[in-house]
Design a binder for this molecule. Sequence first.
Ligand SMILES: NC(=O)c1ccc[n+]([C@@H]2O[C@H](COP(=O)([O-])OP(=O)(O)OC[C@H]3O[C@@H](n4cnc5c(N)ncnc54)[C@H](O)[C@@H]3O)[C@@H](O)[C@H]2O)c1
Length: 435
Amino acid sequence: MNISIFGLGYVGCVSLGCLAKNGHKVIGVDINEYKVNLINNGLPTIIEKEIGNIINEEHSKSKISATTCAKEAVHSSEISIICVGTPSSPHGHLNLDYIHKTAEQIGEAIADKEDFHVIVVRSTVMPGTNQKIGQIIENYSGKKRGEHFSVVSNPEFLREGSAVKDYYNPSVTVIGGDHEVALSKVSSLYENLKAPIIQTDIEVAEIIKYVNNSYHALKISFANEVGNICKSLNIDSHKVMDIFCKDTLLNISPAYFKPGFAYGGSCLPKDLKGIVTLAHDNYLTTPVLNAVHESNELQKQIAFELIQNTGKKNIALMGLSFKEDTDDLRYSPSVDIAEKLIGKGFNLTIYDKNVHISKLVGANKIFIEKLLPHLSDLITNDPDEALDNADVVLLNHKNFDPSNYMDKLKSKDALIDLVRIPELESMSNYAGLCW
Ligand SMILES: NC(=O)c1ccc[n+]([C@@H]2O[C@H](COP(=O)([O-])OP(=O)(O)OC[C@H]3O[C@@H](n4cnc5c(N)ncnc54)[C@H](O)[C@@H]3O)[C@@H](O)[C@H]2O)c1
């Protein structure tokens, strides 16, 4: 395929070399003449393992060239890949000036181009940017997105220092768009890689890079705080984290990674509090660990506000224990919600298939008697009774099977779902907590 690449920095130079090595004819574009001259002399624009040889070899086979002229590049290609910089503004916003300028140039260039053109955004951009790029190209070309051109999001995941290796070995290739032909054309660029290709919504593709990098930053800071705590106790932090990483069931795994309601139970809140207090006692500051509790409390507040905003007073809470298939009420976030609702004058009816007042014993009983002393007046073992009393239903357990109650659920003012029950999502009165 004939491909043009806008921006010959780290991402652009690697893409230029690797796509040419994969058999494509690639023309690079940059506003920096020096970088253009480097490429046209068979030299890379960056210092990076292997890239020097690749650029040199592909240049000698006339598979790569570069120009400062956007029009020349667009007219000699069917795909334009945008790899220009998206630096932070002083206030932390993304500076999209380079992206917008590139879109203008591509728009002007395709104005008199006959063939369908695909624009791929490889730069890291906020959700909505591809939409904006499409509008700019429409304005500058007089052409219609989806008819004469398409904009596709294809975030780059490489790391400097191992960029070529990362280019050829991504975990996944993400391609977001709404045009079948464009999606399959862009997918074909990566079909020789081992990684799965995921075609998805354009906004999903746009945000994924931010989610990935925020998580990577979180991992580093988490490990560093663990290191600081371990050092203060004369414990080898690397030994600790080596073992931590061996747990691929709960630690390094998809476990706990579905957005949803707050955590609770007898272990997570207690043990987090324990380690934060230990750190504090050792004169350590652990902002990441400290913030976890605050974030958890916020999730309860968000759920509460969803209920409050309905303006209704009669609430059914379906599921009280801290997770389904247990009767453990200790530090259950829905006990907190229940307590708050009662305190604010809501009428609450609770159904939980595993919670039977007469069977509660020990620490579980003591805990709930302290927080919800009138639980026996609020709880029912009949889901119909809970639903009949309510204008708003708060769904807290996934094991609640809605199929027998669809008519009742439909008639409610609001269904607030903390666990994502798929059968309910299409209902007009449905609100997911964080989806
Ligand atoms: N560097 C990385 O490791 C990495 C990894 C993944 C994603 N990204 C993202 O990829 C994008 C590019 O990053 P980078 O590190 O390669 O940037 P860079 O600053 O190294 O290169 C950007 C290039 O774009 C050129 N440019 C600016 N405006 C242009 C225009 N109108 N036409 C043509 N060229 C133009 C600049 O002259 C520069 O050479 C950013 O959004 C970045 O966040 C970077």
